[in-house]
Write a protein that binds this ligand. Structure first.
Ligand code: ADP
Length: 645
């Protein structure tokens, strides 16, 4: 069969695949519908809330179809987690991203070509490489999956220009169905996703985004620390506290520890070992609270988070929903709390300005980034360079926030691709055969490192395996530097291929360096996007600072749901319920109003309200009803009972 014609032949029942490979008894809501639609060969857009189980919706079809499922996903860390997870379940999967060596890349491609992999995860920027596309077109692809599909829409909060290349795959594999998945998409983003992915017909499967086991609340305070402590003390179980600065993650975690609450901080700048160590300790429940930037959470699957606190406000309702949604994945009662202060509202508005520095400044940042990466005009096409923002800003005396915004805008405009989520773990593959290892002459330290690697990790001869230099160092009582040098020595001896971890984000130059004056930032990237950001900011401002109606209902309407009930448990609903009197209370209240109005000459509304410790509006409401049924009348400003003759 040609590579261009997909096989839609089913080889097994989806439920059987689920049971056999994942050990789950049944599908979660909407999973089956999405899977059936995909297996029927239909282009499908699946909208499931965070934790809804999106991965299963393509992993099960991947196993049901013959051939390969290609998954485009933007987050390298997520991609690696999923591949590791699948490999543990015995499902052959490969990931390709710009953090790999040439050898790793080739090895991955070969496995797909030979039909040894069922799933291939790729980062969107891979699709810019002609060589990769050529290789892909020789593979037998049965399904194309676009994860985090909102990234394809310029209307979305997380637009990534390289996502626009995905549609090229559709031209290569015209009969292969596409499955687009996202956890949040407003109605216009949904339509946009389907049109940009050239859907053959509109086909959306959406689960309500309501999360009935989460109680949302906002508290307005002057002292956020006090409120945070109160919330953590009033609840039990694991918690996440989101802040917007790396420094604050550290400061707050320290503060919580001083107050006797076990806490760790987390942000993208920590080393990969440190990050995974912190994640694991929190996941195992050794530490109760993780104080993190938004770098934390994607792909982290801890079902029993009881409380998610936003100490700082996120810039959109979409992000808020995703982060808050990490609470209560197990379906048990959980809380999402926003701690807001008066200045927060203005802060959000100001962020819109910061995200769009002047165009001259953006051009300057482009030029300096090229200089920093050693790229001359006319050169640099498809070059990848590590890019440390702090060093860059120090060297050229730039403020990090606007410089970062400029890089993001250059990314959106397609001049380069600045990728922050680039942390890759150290990995090693043994290239010498098992027998050759016996004949090696290595120095004592290197030999002990090799022996420990062989004892600790499996699968070393077949593929790259993640390793931790610090763990090896601890076990052998060596320094990390000694371990690093030994691993390099193994490479020099042609025993192993070793890729040390990289912590730095990188820039991928999508075009050759242009003359600075030609670096244009189009209106639809600048003015139009600025307005869209302003709209998103207004939505989160309304969610946090508007207190007139159910918060959940407002959020769901923003996500395009029309059948929306009051949640009954957010702070606004609770407040309203608290003041809604029971029938018995209403009757008693009416009787009291009549008693006071029956006094000679009647009484004023103000007097009655004061006597009954009630709001005047409530008295007016009752008096109106009593007037309607003829029990009382109003004479001047006095309420009097009607005397029966
Ligand atoms: P999402 O990507 O939608 O946030 P995931 O795909 O990471 O969610 O799934 C969340 C969790 O739910 C994972 O632990 C996954 O294994 C689990 N899960 C998914 N489908 C099922 C199912 N049918 N039965 C039980 N658990 C499931």
């Amino acid at each position: 069969m040609s590579a261009r014609t997909a096989s839609t032949q089913r080889i097994a029942d989806p439920l059987e695949i689920l049971r056999k490979n994942w050990g789950y008894d049944s599908f979660r809501p909407m999973q089956r519908e999405i899977i059936d639609s995909v297996l029927g060969g239909n282009d499908t857009l699946g909208l499931l809330p965070t934790g809804g189980g999106k991965s299963i919706t393509f992993q099960v079809p991947a196993l049901a179809f013959e051939g390969l499922t290609v998954v485009v996903t933007p987050l390298i860390s997520l991609m690696k987690d999923q591949v590791d997870n699948l490999l543990q379940r015995g499902v052959q999967a490969v990931c390709l991203h710009s953090g790999l060596t040439r050898a790793e890349h080739k090895y991955g491609i070969d496995r797909c070509m030979l039909g040894r992999a069922k799933l291939l995860y790729v980062s969107p920027e891979r699709l810019q490489s002609k060589q990769f596309i050529d290789q892909l077109s020789l593979m037998k692809v049965s399904l194309l999956v676009v994860d985090e599909a909102h990234c394809i829409s310029q209307w979305g909060y997380d637009f990534r220009p390289s996502y626009l290349n995905i549609v090229r795959l559709r031209e290569i594999f015209p009969s292969v169905p596409v499955l687009a998945l996202t956890a949040s998409a407003t109605p216009e983003v949904r339509t946009d996703i389907m049109s940009r992915l050239a859907f053959r017909g509109e086909n959306v499967f959406a689960l309500s985004f309501a999360r009935p086991n989460i109680s949302y609340a906002v508290r307005y305070v002057d002292h956020k620390d006090t409120m945070l402590l109160r919330a953590l003390r009033a609840t039990s179980g694991t918690a996440i506290v989101y802040v917007r600065s790396r420094r604050r993650t550290y400061e707050l975690a320290q503060m919580l520890q001083r107050e006797g609450i076990s806490a760790l901080h987390y942000h993208a700048g920590l080393s990969p070992d440190d990050k995974s160590d912190r994640q694991e300790r929190w996941k195992r429940g050794e530490v109760r609270v993780i104080v993190a930037t938004n770098a934390f959470g994607m792909g982290i699957d801890k079902p029993d988070v009881r409380l998610v606190v936003h100490y700082d406000l996120p810039p959109s309702l979409e992000e808020y929903y995703q982060e808050a949604g990490r609470a209560g994945r197990d379906g048990r009662e959980s809380y999402a709390l926003v701690i807001a202060s008066k200045p927060d509202k203005g802060l959000l508005t100001r962020r819109v300005g910061e995200a769009f520095p002047p165009r001259d400044y953006i051009r300057k940042v482009y030029e300096l980034a090229c200089v920093f990466c050693g790229i001359a005009v006319g050169e640099g096409f498809e070059v990848v360079r590590e890019f440390d923002l702090a060093t860059f800003c120090n060297r050229f005396h730039l403020q990090p926030a606007p410089a970062r915004s400029a890089l993001m805008l250059l990314t959106r405009a397609g001049w380069l691709e600045y990728v922050e989520d680039a942390a890759t773990r150290s990995r090693i593959m043994l290239t010498a055969g098992k027998t050759e290892l016996y004949d090696l002459r290595l120095d004592g330290v290197t030999d002990s490192v090799l022996q420990l690697v062989l004892r600790t990790y499996t699968g070393l001869f077949a593929d790259y395996v993640n390793i931790s230099e610090s763990l090896i160092a601890r076990r052998l009582n060596l320094t990390e530097e000694q371990v690093y040098q030994s691993l390099l020595a193994l490479c020099r001896a042609h025993v192993a291929s070793y890729v040390p971890h990289s912590e730095n984000p990188y820039i991928y130059f999508t075009t050759a360096r242009e003359e600075t004056r030609h670096v244009l930032i189009p209106r639809d990237i600048y003015e139009v996007q600025r307005e869209r950001m302003a709209v998103r900011v207004r939505a989160i401002q309304d969610f946090v600072f508007g207190a007139s109606s159910c918060r959940v209902a407002r959020m769901l309407r923003y996500f395009g749901e029309t059948q929306v009930d009051m949640c009954g448990k957010c702070d606004v609903c609770r407040e309203q319920n608290m003041h809604r009197p029971t029938k018995k209370e209403t009757i008693r209240f009416e009787e009291n109003v009549i008693r006071l109005a029956a006094q000679p000459g009647g009484r004023t509304i103000g007097y009655i309200a004061e006597q009954l410790s009630a709001k005047p509006e409530r008295v007016i409401e009752v008096v109106r009803e009593l007037m309607d049924d003829g029990t009382v009348v109003m004479t001047g400003d006095k309420i009097q009972t009607v005397q029966c003759e």
